[in-house]
Design a protein around this ligand. Sequence first.
Ligand code: PEP
Ligand code: MG
Length: 543
Amino acid sequence: MVTLASGTILTGLGVGLNAVRGEVFRVKPQATLPGPAKHAGDAAGEKETLRGAIHHVAGYLDELSVKAGETSAEIFEALKMLLEDEDLFETAIAEIESGWNAATAFIVAVDSLDAIFAGDAAFEERLVDLKDLARRVAAHISGIHMGLDLPTTGSYVIVGDDFSPADTAQFTDAVVGVVTIKGGPTSHTAIICRSRSIPALVCCPQAVDLVDGMQVLVDPVGDRVVVGGDASMATKAISFVAKSLDPIIPVRANIGSLEDSIQAATTAANGVGLFRTELLYLSETTMPPATKQAKSYAEILKAAPEGPIVVRTIDAGSDKPVPFLDMPHEENPALGIRGFRLIQDHRQFLIDQLESLEVARKETGREVWVMAPMIATASEAIEFAELARGSGDYKVGIMVETPAIAMALADLAGKLDFISVGTNDLSQYLFAADRMNAGLGALLNPWQPALVRMLQVIASESEKAGISSGVCGESASDPAFAVVLAGLGFNSVSASRSQVGAVRSALSAVTLEQAQEVAKVALAATTADQCKSAVLDALATLA
Ligand code: PEP
Ligand code: MG
């Protein structure tokens, strides 16, 4: 470890628009649990102890789910379901019967899943979370406290490798800033900090040298942390002065639940640009009947902000396993059966979804657009369009998330009403950089010139094909990037709810011609850093 002098600058990827100064608080390594041990002969008592401890940790997940709100509640529900799985409990009971105490038995039972799910990358991610929960169960049995132990008063910048959903839900009011060594622009930490307006720097390897007690400035606009820095050193976020009441292109909101829809309606969002329907199902073990689906869609449509509502059909698979869809275990699930490819084995579910959405559309009278995720060929897009048009009165589109479909848009003239670019996945597939790999954040930076140039191709090819185009990936939540998107020719953007206001301000402060000039600056850049700083400079001269 090196000692960092005052004034040292650590670089990474900034999240947010405001700089903040605080004292470094390094998240401590978790407490050590007692090693494996046998019980004293009371197997029945051990079983009771285990049930009680699982119940306790499940209750803790419930609390986290309530606190997390918006983006993460479904994640906790899915984890709770894994934790309370009866087969897992039975495996642990067998271990207790062979002599192990409750804590050891549960850890052994969870570890035994390793062999069963080896090679299934999506489940391996969940297994990491489940192992964390098994440690919590064991800790509860041994009377050990396992929280992050974050301070509750003062102003702290917390520093860690990366933060899981369970970690971020424990952030207290004293957490004014966050720095992670790993993680990228679409990591859980980034998404949560963005939605809670906590300034953050992710993907900052040099943060390993930050130690407790140092004062630091987290300067997200400058993509840096300044050791010993103060507010006067903060890179100024451009203060956009509105030139018009309305943004040059509509700004919609991304939602995944009824709560999100209600919250989005409190913003000035022009409708919903991405309703991630799979988030409703992350913890469902049985297929939700069409009537239940229609009811939940109707509630969400009714609550949504005024304007069109773009609903994405289920995007299960890879990072979003949905329990009731029996999905094959794959070596490389991000490149496997996910999104629209589910039609191979689950065609009926897709039809049910489109038909129940039509019931909800009729009931609410809302304007609904539907789109399919993970489309790779024009034939898939056409197959979806036919299915959707046969199921309801929708505008029909697809997500552009693969380089392959970006190169086939000309073949879709007259077939689609709109496309929406998912830059999170498009970056993953363009750069061959797993979006779940916390070490590859720099490649997933939306300011990468190759992404910007691919976006230009998508916007212009869509326009030539007479297809309306939008962007709903996380990149559209960055106000400066949203100006670039408008300048490239996109017809709308859809942002995380907390960013709708900032993105609207940016898009109300420039004319379309100015946005086009800014886009040219972005297209001329050769590195991500240069692209971002050139665009910010160009915007600063306009402000
Ligand atoms: C995307 O890939 O950019 C997107 C919006 O979809 P998701 O993040 O849900 O995969
Ligand atoms: Mg996607």
